[in-house]
Design a protein around this ligand. Structure first.
Ligand code: PMP
Length: 396
């Protein structure tokens, strides 16, 4: 690649990220760096504004409660749901565990997953005692929905797919997945961890039943995420964890519970996390998810074109991947790639990406992965290519 290539897509927000000065951060699919607006919101929430929520009768607590509930409204609006349908969780992992543990199976014992799922959309179903069927992938690394249609049966309580793969970047045809699930009377859960930061999502038009995501991949704090569940479904689920904030009345003989979502939020919540998430949502929406998606798509194309020039490279996943480029270099372990790139101030992820079954299907032990975000630009790709040249010289 000609390193004088002009920047093809830049949202000009790089300066807003204090952590990436002098660094080529290409690991946003693992966790996103935080813009100053989010850092400030967190600092203010712990500083100037801090108090507990829902319980205090004093003014500060009332305004903190308002901010906390405003975060719920913003989270709902981000994905087109209603406030009463948003349960704050620690992240996508906890959201999926909640559904796996509490969704009424209605006599059905199986869950339909795909070969590209993250461990957090596999293990919770195993722990909850589901039997698992695995939909294969197409040649291009998409979940094979024709196969899913053949495999879905009335034994499936749930179909649970990644909306965007964290390894391949493949984007699911989520509406079709919903039709397939509903065609056999199952519910569709979407793992939206990688979709929410980079695609406009509308649970209503998708017609899914549950949607899970994590705040930290959306430029927000760790330890906060959300489960969206269709109202009727959340109401039908028994409580999960018991404690304060989820009860209506407690006696030693019997306890009655609040309706959803409070019923699923036992204990003091991650107040500041929710407020930070709200700031992250506002920040993302100010750019616009369509613009973000277009920006990352252009970087994916540019990156794939540049990497294709390198001898011995294998690119995984579809051409129109959402923000993610996984690759391998003949004769070099991805961990060595990652270590040498680190010396060049380029951060990529190397490993199994919490998707060991997918690695097995790809026939590799690991891949290297570059993933993009709002602050990424062509200079990151140029640094990646220079770093890979060095890898080749060392292993040449
Ligand atoms: N699903 C996908 C597709 C992911 O990329 C991740 C995070 N790598 C998760 C689930 C789990 O998210 P968390 O660890 O934030 O709960």
């Amino acid at each position: 690649m000609n390193i004088a290539t002009p920047i093809k897509s830049a949202l000009a927000v790089r300066d807003q990220f204090p952590a990436i000065a002098g660094w080529h951060y290409l690991d946003s699919a693992a966790t996103a760096q935080k813009p100053q607006a989010v850092i400030d919101a967190i600092a203010n929430a712990y500083g100037r504004d801090y108090a507990t929520v829902h319980r205090g009768v004093y003014e500060r607590s009332a305004s903190m409660t308002q901010s906390f509930e405003a975060a719920r409204a913003a989270t709902a609006a981000l994905i087109g749901g209603a406030e009463s349908e948003i349960v704050f969780t620690r992240g996508a992992t906890e959201a999926i565990n909640l559904v796996a543990q509490r969704h009424p199976k209605g006599g059905r014992s199986r869950v339909l997953l795909s070969a590209l799922e993250h461990h957090s959309n596999i293990v919770p179903w195993q722990i909850a005692g589901y039997e698992i069927d695995v939909v294969p992938l197409t040649h291009y690394g998409q979940i094979d929905l024709d196969a899913a249609e053949r495999m879905a049966s009335e034994d499936h309580a749930i179909v649970a797919f990644a909306h965007v793969s964290n390894v391949l970047g493949s984007i699911l045809d989520a509406k079709r997945a919903a039709e397939i699930a509903h065609g056999v009377g199952a519910k569709l859960l979407l793992d939206g961890c990688q979709a929410v930061p980079r695609l406009p999502v509308d649970v209503g038009s998708i017609n899914c039943d549950y949607y899970a995501f994590s705040g930290h991949k959306l430029y927000g704090p760790t330890g906060i995420g959300a489960l969206w569940g269709r109202a009727g479904l959340l109401d039908a689920m028994p409580p999960w964890q018991g404690g304060g904030a989820m009860i209506d009345r407690v006696t030693f003989e019997k306890t009655t519970y609040l309706p959803a979502p409070a019923r699923f939020e036992a204990g003091t919540p991650h107040i500041v996390g929710a407020i930070g998430l709200h700031a992250a949502i506002d920040w993302t929406q100010a750019i616009g998810l369509d613009a973000l998606h277009a920006h990352e798509s252009s970087l994916v194309t540019e990156c794939r074109d540049a990497l294709r020039e390198i001898d011995g490279i294998t690119l995984f996943g579809p051409e129109d991947s959402a923000g993610i480029v996984s690759f391998a270099l003949d004769g070099v372990h991805p961990h060595d790639i990652g270590t040498i790139l680190d010396d060049e101030s380029v951060a990529v992820r190397a490993g199994h990406h919490c998707a060991q079954p997918l690695m097995e299907r790809l026939g590799v032990v690991a891949t290297a992965r570059a993933s993009f975000a709002a602050h990424s630009d062509s200079s990151d790709i140029e640094a990646l290519v220079r770093g890979l040249d060095k890898v080749k010289r060392i292993f040449g």
